[in-house]
Design a protein around this ligand. Structure first.
Ligand code: FES
Length: 110
């Protein structure tokens, strides 16, 4: 059980889900959203997690400290729609213990 962190994800319909994400399966946040089917198939993770589609964009609502953005994430977000100051690409956020209590909202489909 301690392998899991609790994350709150608000889907594109505005419904908030509290999910448990495993820290020992090399998953990222986009894959967690997919595994809980919080966004319709084909609308998230379309590039397979390569920071090339922005379909996994989310807004970070909690003040959880996240790993710094890498250049490819920053570049993708500079071209994406609906980007806000707290936008991140879910596929670039790996599930670690540091994410306990993270709250995110999925960005609209673009
Ligand atoms: S899945 Fe394509 S950018 Fe994250």
């Amino acid at each position: 059980m301690e392998q899991d962190v609790k994350i709150r994800i608000t889907d594109r319909e505005g419904v908030t889900h509290e999910v448990l994400a495993p820290t020992d399966m090399a998953m990222n946040l986009m894959e967690v959203v997919r595994s809980y089917e919080l966004a319709p198939e084909g609308t998230i993770g379309t590039c397979g997690g390569m920071a090339m589609c922005a379909s996994c964009q989310c807004y970070v609502v909690s003040d959880t400290e996240l790993p710094e953005m890498q250049d490819d994430e920053e570049a993708m977000l500079s071209e994406a729609f609906y980007v806000k100051d707290n936008s991140r690409l879910g596929c670039q956020i790996h599930i670690t213990h540091a994410l306990e209590g993270l709250e995110v909202e999925l960005a609209p489909e673009s």
